[in-house]
Ligand binder design. Structure first.
Ligand SMILES: [Zn+2]
Length: 175
């Protein structure tokens, strides 16, 4: 019987178009996300190997950060989201939201964690967390009538409120 490690399958080039890819691990222990080959659009459900060469990162796009909601998730660009939220103003709703910090290339930097979303407006989102956050995040919020939506957020302010931190984030679109 094979061990889990032996069942890991590493992809270093696109199986469809042969373009070299940063090492993607299928069936490994890392967080599984959905990656897309920028050359041909082939998708991979895999984790990015820590050893993946940085210079190959441009060959893939992360299409879904939070795989468990991939099937029902819609992707809205910031402009459409703004229009939707203007049309259906939200009551302030506090809910737990999965989040992951992103690096400059919008790749996940670290583990997924949970924040509390406190407010959602047409221009951004207020989130509460036990630690101060900065930079960019991917979050997954649930909108009535739309369902789960993956959003990219740029943290623009942060203040300490009691034992917690409240951050304001502005939505932005992937380049
Ligand atoms: Zn390809």
């Amino acid at each position: 019987m094979q061990s889990v490690a032996e069942r890991d399958f590493q992809i270093t080039q696109c199986v469809t178009c042969d373009q070299p890819l940063p090492t993607l691990v299928v069936g490994g222990s890392g967080p599984t996300r959905e990656w897309e080959c920028r050359n041909c659009g082939a998708t991979y459900l895999a984790s990015l190997a820590p050893s993946a060469p940085d210079h190959l990162r441009a060959a893939v796009k992360l299409s879904h950060y939070f795989l468990e909601y991939r099937a029902v998730e819609s992707t809205l660009c910031a402009k459409d989201l703004e229009r939707e939220l203007r049309r259906h103003p939200r009551r302030p709703v506090m809910m737990c939201v999965p989040a992951v910090e992103l690096d400059d290339e919008l790749f996940p930097a670290g583990e997924d964690f949970t924040v509390i979303s406190r407010n959602l407006s047409s221009s951004g989102i207020a989130i509460v967390h036990t630690h101060p956050l900065e930079g960019k995040l991917a979050v997954l919020i649930e909108l009535p009538e739309i369902g789960h939506v993956q959003l990219l957020v740029n943290i623009v302010r942060c203040k300490k409120v009691g034992q917690l931190y409240e951050m304001g984030g502005a939505f932005f679109d992937r380049r």
